[in-house]
Design a protein around this ligand. Sequence first.
Ligand SMILES: NC(=O)c1ccc[n+]([C@@H]2O[C@H](COP(=O)([O-])OP(=O)(O)OC[C@H]3O[C@@H](n4cnc5c(N)ncnc54)[C@H](O)[C@@H]3O)[C@@H](O)[C@H]2O)c1
Ligand SMILES: O=C(O)[C@H](O)[C@H](O)COP(=O)(O)O
Length: 382
Amino acid sequence: MKILYDTAMPYANAFFSGLGDANAFELGSLNSEALVDVDALFVRSTTKVTAELLQKANKLQFVATATAGFNHIDVDYLERSGITWYAAGGCNAVAVAEYVIGAILQLAHEDNFNPFDKKVAIIGAGNVGTALSQILDGLQLNYVLCDPPLQEAGDRRSFVDLTDALQADIICLHTPLTSKGKHPTLHMLGKEQLLTLSAHQYVINACRGEVIDNDALLNCYSLGQHLNVVLDVWENEPFINHQLIPYVRLATAHIAGHTLEGKARGTSMVYDAFCKHLNLQSQLKLEQFLPRFENNPMVNSSNSSFNQLFQLVKYMYDIKKDDGIFRARMAKSKAFAAIRKHYPIRREFSAAEVTFCTEEADETNKKNVAKIAASIGFKIAN
Ligand SMILES: NC(=O)c1ccc[n+]([C@@H]2O[C@H](COP(=O)([O-])OP(=O)(O)OC[C@H]3O[C@@H](n4cnc5c(N)ncnc54)[C@H](O)[C@@H]3O)[C@@H](O)[C@H]2O)c1
Ligand SMILES: O=C(O)[C@H](O)[C@H](O)COP(=O)(O)O
């Protein structure tokens, strides 16, 4: 059994070497020759799995991506060719939701608004959208959901349409990239939709760049429209339009899902799916591999509730730092792919145990903040 996997899949060798002759490929190095006699191919979103790449894949029976999105895989071709495929939907849902919360609290801090007074719209209420809604529930932030496919399929949550969603204060995009079907998402936010937005609204795109028409966005900015947009994903990655960068409020290099947990869960879900395909019992579990988080956060309970939560979230994920690195490196070169490749280890809230430094007078405040922190995933020290 020959297995090829992307080097960017954490713990892949440990997961796959027991299942066959497992070898890694480096980003950008895979070609059709390398797929001769390969039985299983495991990628992340940076490898385009096309008919052309697979033209010499004489034995391929299983293709999997250790990512939620799978628009980089020609699934029609795989299905026509009798090759089983799998995508690790949900592997990094919590990571992206934490990124979005990091962005909202950072913008609230910079623009001096109270996030608890704002309404969030979650467009795309699947794995990521639901993980985000759970954190918003924990923080007691108002939100609406917009997901016509789920609504039509009978999902019992309540939904609004896109026009209503675009009136929310903070609009978060969590759809797949699709260009076919009844509800395509390609350029879902085009010129017409962007022109309806006001200077008091915020748009956060952490799904796929092409869901916002980037040329239309740049055009709006060039014409003087004030738009608060956070972009983790861009059209035409990694060769994005650099002209957009100075206008964007927070800019990152498609790393919203790049927590250690999110990436490693992707590997482990691919392992489970491949074992199932082979009719084997999975032997290995993600928990065996994740290291303990060593630098647990401490929070001062004499600060306001907002500041304590902001401090805590920023400690685990500082979006402003990623934004600074992005701007500095992108100013000098086409560093998009390199920033992603060398992205430092980031952990999810659930890895950390929080200690509160509390004077007696702050005890009630501490209890309130600790309750909220626990409900968004943190462990609380006694
Ligand atoms: N930035 C990152 O690092 C990162 C990480 C994870 C996922 N993603 C992207 O986010 C997407 C969502 O991830 P997920 O795991 O939640 O996927 P998912 O399939 O679980 O959920 C997507 C939801 O979007 C809905 N949807 C489809 N078309 C829609 C439309 N026109 N309007 C509103 N809703 C629509 C679907 O019904 C579904 O419920 C992925 O496909 C991927 O492209 C990005
Ligand atoms: O779809 C996904 O899961 C994400 O976009 C994922 O974080 C992409 O990661 P990459 O494949 O680029 O490492």
